[in-house]
Design a protein. Structure first.
Length: 74
């Protein structure tokens, strides 16, 4: 009984997306998909997470080695 209502809503949403005229800002989309460029400064880490970020940076090299060893042995 509920499937008909859900399908009708999906159809309505699909039609809205298909026929709605929207001006897409492709340059903004491109920037978002590319992420940070080398020239962009990285986002600052909030003070509440600074200790976790430091711990992650210090331990990440060990994790890479462990992962590399697993890949070689498997």
């Amino acid at each position: 009984m509920g499937r008909g209502r859900a399908k009708a809503k999906q159809t309505k949403v699909a039609r809205e997306l298909k026929y709605r005229s929207v001006d897409t800002d492709f340059s903004s989309l491109e920037r978002e998909l590319r992420g940070n460029d080398a020239g962009d400064p990285p986002e600052p880490i909030p003070e509440a997470y600074a200790d976790l970020a430091e711990e992650y940076e210090n331990s990440s090299s060990g994790r890479d080695d462990d992962y590399g060893n697993l890949r070689k042995s498997g």
